[in-house]
Design a protein around this ligand. Structure first.
Ligand code: SF4
Length: 308
């Protein structure tokens, strides 16, 4: 499946996720990634799947569910798909729903990537660091991604793009929540001049178990330094789109592979399918693993749980 959801998104309402790339394929391997460590670290764009098949599935899912946004997000970095521009344009021309792209922004120095994103309504690039040193520690980029080129790419895109650009800054305690790191981020974000700045924290289980959200004073410091920010430090609420699933086990594993589920959300899915005992069975069969993060129990598909 290339699509999932709609899932409740804290910024985009009911968001139909579209992944035009293979799982865990990215130009970064962020320490906080909810998908675990990147399997395929690359910055080469490719046509990974038949684009018509992806589009047919989007049309089908958008028609059968209540959707606020069609969101290209990927199980990794969506701009690695050479079909992204075609897919966005097809959605714009044939489906009356706004489109969004959640990207790490690393390939915006490329003209073809910027051109592909021009048709989107909202683009949400990541910017977690204002210095090369912090960039390498938090995002662990592919060796060919250059920090200055990444920043310049975001600036160039801002100039060329008429839609909404919402920059996302993920704060990790001890990495980018110090005054110095935040001032560097503030200076970089100021030079890009996005429409909005979202501060986020590692709400869901991260790739590295030592990753922690900043304490409240770290978030306040970030709000003061970055200014005019929106802060997302709470779990989302709302229902997941289940229309395309035939049973609770399939839904829990599929949604959980893109969007880590709190235990209560997984139990709610088994209730909606009237299939009590599904979560227990999946755990007994070792398909699901319980992980605690921020004192909250999450159930992750076992293949996502990293060792070491
Ligand atoms: S958080 Fe995003 S950019 Fe970072 S490794 Fe995961 S998918 Fe890639």
């Amino acid at each position: 499946m290339y699509t999932y959801g709609p899932v409740p998104s804290r910024r985009l309402g009911r968001s139909l996720g579209v992944s035009p790339i293979p799982p865990k394929t990215c130009s970064y391997s962020c320490v906080y990634c909810q998908l675990g460590r990147t399997d395929r670290l690359t910055c080469e764009r490719e046509s990974f799947f038949p684009r018509e098949d992806i589009f047919i599935e989007i049309v089908d899912r958008a028609a059968s569910s209540e959707v606020d946004f069609i969101t290209f997000v990927g199980d990794g970095e969506p701009t690695l798909s050479a079909d992204l521009g075609w897919l966005i344009r097809m959605c714009k021309n044939h489906i009356s729903k706004p489109t969004a792209v959640i990207t790490n922004g690393s390939l915006l120095h490329r003209q073809d990537v910027r051109t592909d994103l021009l048709s989107a309504d909202v683009v949400l690039p990541t910017l977690d660091a204002g210095s090369e040193e912090v960039f390498k520690r938090i995002n662990r980029p592919h060796g060919r991604i250059d920090f200055d080129a990444m920043i310049q790419g975001q600036k160039d895109f801002r100039r060329e793009f008429n839609g909404q650009m919402w920059t996302e800054v993920m704060l990790v305690h001890g990495l980018n929540d110090t005054e110095e790191a935040l001032r560097d981020i503030g200076s970089a974000v100021g030079s890009i001049n996005p429409d909005r700045i979202y501060i986020t924290t590692p709400i869901r289980p991260p790739a590295e178990s030592w990753v922690k959200p900043p304490p409240p004073d770290g978030i306040i410091r970030a709000q003061e330094i970055l200014k005019r920010t929106f802060t997302i430090a709470e779990d989302e609420s709302g229902e997941f789109g289940l229309e395309s699933f035939t049973d609770a086990g399939e839904a829990i594993l599929e949604i959980g592979s893109r969007h880590p589920l709190r235990e209560e959300q997984a139990v709610e899915i088994e209730r909606l399918f009237s299939q009590p005992g599904t979560v227990k069975r999946l755990m007994q069969e070792r398909e699901l693993v319980r992980i605690q993060h921020r004192k909250i129990d999450y159930l992750l598909p076992a293949r996502f749980v990293r060792s070491g």
